[in-house]
Design a protein around this ligand. Sequence first.
Ligand code: GLU
Length: 519
Amino acid sequence: MHTNSEKQVRLRFAPSPTGPLHIGGVRTALYNYLYARQHGGKFILRIEDTDRSRYVEGAEKYIKDALQWCGLQFDEGPDLGGDLGPYRQSEREAVYGKYVEQLVSSGYAYYAFDTPEELDRMRQEEMDAGNQVARYDSRTRARMKNSLTLAADEVERRLASSEPYTVRLHLPEEGEISFRDEIRGEVTFATRDLDDKIILKGDGWPTYHVANVIDDYSMQISHVIRGEEWLSSTPHHIFMYEGLGWADHIPTFAHLPLLLKPTGKGKLSKRDGQKFGFPVFPLAWSGRARAEENFPGFDSYGFLPEAVINFLALLGWNPGDEQEIFSMLELQEKFALEQVSKSGARFDFEKARWFNQQHLQGLSGEDFQKVARPFIEAAGYQIPEDTFPQMAALLQPRIHTLEELPEAAKAFFLAPTDFDQKTLRKKWKEEIKPHFGQLVTDLIEVENFSAEVLKGKLSQYLEEHDLSFGQILPLLRIALTGVSGGPDLFAMMEILGRDEVTTRFAGAADLFDQVGTPS
Ligand code: GLU
């Protein structure tokens, strides 16, 4: 019989607001987003804030701002609403209790009354006995204080008292839990290797594990794409789906490879940003209370969000051909979970800079001016409105990040104070000096002070005196900007204007003389 029950594609990004969103989290959000868009599905934001001890003020706002900056628009979420909300777990407290009880009554979970001291003692005993992992599990629970070991009336008495208790999963001693991971294939865990994870804490809040499963079910999530660190929790989650009678609703799982340090060794951490001098967060974050908790972001480094997205998309995903530059729409078309690698992806900041350069170059003149403006103004330079479009066009191909703009644009705003001595020693020759003087005079006296006329004038002079560009051009550049490289000299002169050029040329010969004699 034909049923019309094709499951709707619904993916969620489920961050915990414990601080700024790490760039790895942005990649997770991106892959979820791409998959949802690609399949005409929904992309949902769910804030997992049941761990009140790790809650950080401002983190939820940061997460939303960061997703917005990256262009990852969600369809349902806190503040935005949707039919299956609320989307903030702290507002769903009433939902969880009955399911936790259901797990206990069906034997999938049990109450545990152990004090912190008793737990410590158990771990110590395990370690003393030479067990590498000391944990609450199918082996150790038999000697602990829980509803499996205590008499029923004792359990009742304890539950009725004000004594805190937890609820733990009751993993079978024997058996296996298997599932298919879209990236790793079939994954199997022996239940004896799994711990009896806490699902309800002493403070009455559900833990991530149970709230995550209940909400994925309640919000009809079809696919769970998340970081590799959750792979080992997935059997526990599947166990709960079974315990709650939701075995037919287990989502499709895909666990993404870790982001590795630039050295390729170990997981990329938030401290690596400071260590290696690059951002590991999308937006700058101010930790307020503690200065060491302030982090720069890709935004403050002068990255375009589309470049960050492009870079992140390829950290773990291999499109299978040579294409490297992708727009969000192209990513939506081409991204495929099957092409995500199992092994960790090395974070290469130079590569990120290259992507940004490519995307900067792809901007229209007007768009470039828009993104460049704040970076130039932040350096204290006053932008000349009439010549800014030309100036921006000269700078656009010359930078990798917008943060480089103040330095790249410096010569447009400030007369040089240092001169490239090495080049001067080579080029400031006795026989060139009179030509330099004459040329400077000729140039500042041209009738129409435009790049084209200035260039024509110089070419004509060089030809008449049998000189090469290489003998003179570096000297003119140094006189104007202090260095021998930079954007087109004549275009710069036109932008600076006759007065400024005259002033800068004015004492140049004297200053050059002081620098050194030619070899
Ligand atoms: N709240 C979890 C996190 O912060 C979500 C993991 C998941 O997607 O299941 O990473």
